[in-house]
Design a protein around this ligand. Structure first.
Ligand code: G4P
Length: 529
């Protein structure tokens, strides 16, 4: 296969949802279709359950699972599919945001009964900001849920999307008979009452034909015709270009658990979803078919065994071929590195690979060289953009609880922050260290890992911060000097040295913005998210 063909056949995407909407189940069904696994239940859920808050062994175990399920790859109809796992637990949302910088498209799973939930809103917003092509899958149609049109409205309003259904349910819950596939123009029927499998797929392009009654009964036929008419009148026709530019989101209905509507989704997905897209670096736009290799680190996973402190850095290949044992430039350190055992990922296992292509993810063993956002190239000095830090939601001072272990503590904090476990802010006024996280769970993980992996002990102290805002630019003018002087107590530096304003309330943030209009405050660490 030529280099161009290898690129064109890759589909790298993420599945996002609120916990429990069915992401794990759908992933598993996709793997079954790809023949990558033989039975249901093979993919372990990567969910950190609430009960795990104080059960560290459980967290460790689940961290192990998440390495295995970080990337699930399989071949389907000659397409190489890479599914990047995104943790559903909201305390790990930052991890998900970063993974979204490495996907070329996403599938959004929504529970038909619960509709659009909080976590889905946040994740979709990030995808919208980046114009990532999205397909929506409305799941659990075997249960009673919201009316299909009400749900489509909800998706448009709450998620700010412009949708067009490519399939439509025939009934729902107890009366769920099957699905009309608008995209392929056929009817998929459930078998009998079991709702376990598709009994048959009937090509059916003219729903006005009286044959429809014979297949699904009079009432269902009437209501399907009515619904399809409404779909036709209300929603724009599907256009691939609009989907690819992030302006139109096709919607599918189904039931992942019953394997219903999943094949339609997958078949349409491989046809319309984008192959690896060009990516912006600070310097220029990089096309996947350039011969020189380049890629970036979007995730770092620590070794589960504290005796071997090596880590696995997940690199998304943006351009060129990645080859084992070839020296590549680590741009931030300006030094060449060679990788003798890069991992590629298949279904639930990983193995050493000689060559990988754009769209693929390679796992590189690392002894502390990498941090999230690092770029690796054949030699060109490129820095990929778009791995932002979002304002954390929780802030605590971190104190050293064992004065003899200050060095270990600092090293531990440093490395955990490089992994992206949390964010570190150092106060301008007194140099005290503040850890910011998305969820409270991270504090326990950090404390546990500092102790077990670095032999250091820490304590925390609450800090009432409402939001961290990145200050830009650090201007040389009077207003900025005054802001700097008056707000000094609230100013800190993040790990890359950027100035951050830690506002203590929404009100004070608003007042600050009014008082110093020329000082721009941003809620992410990077402009181009
Ligand atoms: P998540 O990864 O998005 O968090 O969701 P997951 O797939 O784990 O699914 C959450 C629950 O919803 C699971 O039930 C799963 O079996 C169920 N589910 C998924 N798809 C469907 C569907 O199409 N119809 C119905 N009725 N249920 C579905 P659970 O009881 O929490 O877990 P389990 O014991 O079944 O694994």
């Amino acid at each position: 296969m030529t280099f161009e063909q290898e690129i064109k056949r890759r589909r790298t995407f993420g599945i996002i949802s609120h916990p429990d909407a069915g992401k794990t189940t759908l992933t598993e069904k996709l793997l079954l279709f790809g023949g990558a696994i033989q039975e249901a239940g093979a993919v372990k859920s990567n969910k950190i359950k609430k009960s795990a808050t104080s059960d560290f062994m459980e967290i460790e175990r689940q961290r192990g699972i998440s390495v295995a399920t970080s990337v699930l790859a399989f071949i389907y109809k000659d397409k190489k599919i890479n599914i990047l796992d995104t943790p559903g637990h909201k305390d790990f949302a930052e991890d998900t945001f970063r993974t979204l910088t490495a996907v070329d498209s996403v599938i959004v799973v929504i529970d038909v009964a619960k509709g659009v939930e909080e976590q889905t809103e946040k994740l979709v917003e990030v995808c919208r900001m980046r114009n990532i092509p999205m397909i929506v899958f409305i799941n659990k149609l075997d249960r009673e849920g919201k009316d299909a049109f009400d749900l489509l409205d909800e998706v448009e309003q709450k998620l700010g999307l412009s949708v067009t259904p490519l399939s439509f349910p025939i009934g729902m819950g107890y009366d769920f008979k099957g699905i009309y596939n608008i995209y392929e123009k056929n009817i998929n029927l459930f078998s009998g009452n079991s709702k376990q499998n598709i009994e048959e797929t009937i090509a059916f392009d003219d729903v006005s034909s009286s044959e429809l009654e014979k297949i699904i009964g009079e009432d269902a036929a009437d209501s399907l015709r009515e619904n399809l008419e409404l779909v036709d009148g209300v929603y724009p026709p599907f256009e691939k270009e609009a989907y690819l530019s992030g302006d139109l989101q096709p919607v599918f209905f189904g039931s992942a658990l019953n394997n219903f509507g999943v094949r339609e989704l997958l078949d349409c997905f491989i046809e319309i979803a984008p192959d690896p897209r060009a990516k912006k670096a600070e310097e220029r736009l990089v096309e996947p078919n350039e011969t020189d290799f380049s890629g970036f680190v979007f995730k770092i996973h620590a070794n589960m065994d504290p005796k071997h402190r090596d880590r696995l850095a997940f690199v998304k290949i943006v351009s060129g071929k990645f080859e084992r044992n070839k020296p590549y430039l680590h741009v931030r350190h300006d030094k060449k590195l060679k990788f003798s055992s890069p991992n590629a990922f298949f279904a639930e296992k990983k193995e050493i690979v000689d060559t990988s292509f754009p769209g693929d993810i390679v796992g590189l063993h690392d002894t502390g060289n990498f941090k999230i956002g690092d770029t690796l190239t054949s030699g060109e000095k490129l820095q990929y953009r778009g791995i932002p830090s979002f304002s954390p939601e929780h802030f605590r001072y971190i104190n050293n609880a064992d004065p003899m272990k200050a060095k270990q503590l600092n090293k531990g904090i440093d490395q955990l922050m490089d992994e992206g476990v949390a964010q570190l802010f150092t106060l301008e006024l007194n140099g005290r260290k503040v850890i910011g996280t998305v969820g409270a769970l991270q504090y326990e993980v950090i404390q546990y890992r500092l102790e077990h992996e670095y032999g250091a002990k820490c304590t925390y102290e609450n800090l009432p911060v409402h939001k961290a805002c990145w200050v830009e630019p650090e201007a040389d003018n009077e207003e900025f000097s005054e802001f700097n002087r008056v707000k000094q107590k609230y100013l800190a530096r993040d790990k890359s040295g950027q100035l951050v304003f830690l506002s203590d309330s929404a009100f004070s943030l608003q007042m600050t913005q009014q008082k110093y209009p020329s000082v721009k405050l941003r809620f992410t660490s990077e402009k181009d998210t």
